[in-house]
Design a protein around this ligand. Structure first.
Ligand code: SAH
Length: 344
């Protein structure tokens, strides 16, 4: 049973060293092993510079997690690729590879489903099934890279799930993907998006990583935010903004605030002014996102005119603001459209 075996793709080189030395092996083998795992080796048999005996010993103790592609869709509009991976237990999650001029970016899922309940998002329909392991997240990046033949330079944790609701595994994933002996993707090339879990933001601040924190704000007042984002009911906007300030003061990294534009819900000039008063003092950047269509949801995107007017209010208040271009719309790969699917 794989359950009883060690998930070797979730292990850091230092841990591989300890494992190997317990097996009477020299520690430099850990480097070789980690390098294979970081290139998405699918089994120990592929690791041709390790002896047959060692490979056999390793496969007695450990398993190499290797996801299967259940479906691959390529957008005819912009070349965005959406993968549906089958996990070992039959669950499935989606990963999106986006091609930008500044480099290829992979958007990964962090959980099977989500328990945050946001009123506009497809990922939370059906709730949370389980969190993803570090190796599953690691593989989303390296298996996408291997299958697509594209080199990935940026990672966004903006797929299915709430990364700060799976904190330990997400941090380990970051250590795996960032490790100089492996994929070595710099923290400055990684963005983590959260619906605003205050304890998680504080824990992340304490680590002082150089990644970009994105906060899905979507409303500047508690009445609206609690209505569309149930997670807000626990803390409220004020406590969230205080955590953002602490994060900014500790890391000196500008926070990006995501703001979906929903017709008649959060797109008034009054809300734009309130939003400006929240983000301006901490130098936050605002990313306006026209609502993407989710079949089960009745909400509508704001009109382009309303978005432009909202943007203008923010600009007049001196806030740095951009409107997000949507990619992969024809294959339902845009923000909020990713959903859990049954595997088998
Ligand atoms: N749970 C994290 C990570 C998911 S990120 C978070 O909430 O940030 C996915 C991003 O897409 C979030 O900013 C989310 O609010 C946004 N999103 C969700 N549904 C959307 C929709 N229908 N249209 C546009 N963006 C959406």
């Amino acid at each position: 049973m794989q359950d009883a075996k060690i998930d070797i793709k979730s292990m850091l080189p230092e841990e591989l060293s300890a494992l190997l030395s317990d097996m009477g092996q020299p520690s430099y083998r850990a480097k070789q092993l980690f390098s294979w795992l970081s290139r998405d080796a699918g089994s120990f048999d592929e690791m041709s510079d390790l002896s047959k005996e060692l490979r056999a010993k390793l496969s007695e103790k450990c398993f190499v997690y290797a996801p299967k592609v259940l479906r691959k869709q390529v957008s005819a509009l912009d070349g965005t690729i959406k993968y549906l991976w089958e996990l070992e237990d039959g669950n499935a999650v989606e990963t999106v590879v986006m091609r930008y001029r500044h480099g290829n970016t992979v958007c990964i899922s962090t959980e099977v489903g989500c328990r945050m309940g946001c009123a506009f998002c497809a990922s939370t329909l059906g709730g949370l099934v389980r969190v993803l392991t570090p190796s599953e997240m690691f593989s989303e990046v390296i298996a996408s890279e291997r299958d697509s033949g594209l080199s990935i330079s940026n990672i966004v944790l903006m797929g299915i799930g709430e990364p700060l609701d799976n904190y330990e595994n997400v941090i380990r994933f970051l250590q795996l993907i960032n490790h100089p002996q492996g994929r070595n993707i710099g923290m400055r090339h990684i963005s983590l998006s959260t619906c605003g879990l205050v304890d998680g933001i504080d824990a992340l601040a304490a680590l002082d990583l150089q990644l970009t924190l994105s906060v899905s704000l979507h409303a500047p007042d508690d009445e609206t935010r609690s209505r569309i984002m149930p997670a807000n009911r626990a803390c409220g906007v004020e406590k969230l903004m205080e955590a953002c300030r602490r994060y900014y003061e500790k890391t000196q990294r500008r926070i990006s605030f995501e703001y979906i534009m929903i017709d008649g819900v959060n797109d008034s000039d009054r809300q734009a002014k309130l939003l400006a008063s929240l983000v301006k003092p901490i130098g936050g950047h605002v990313n306006l996102i026209p609502l993407n269509h989710v079949e089960e949801r009745a909400l509508k995107p704001s009109s382009p005119e309303r978005i432009a007017a909202f943007q203008k209010v923010l600009e007049q208040k001196g806030v740095n603001v951009t409107v997000r271009r949507s990619l992969g719309g024809d294959v339902d790969a845009s923000c909020g459209q990713l959903r859990r699917k049954a595997g088998k």
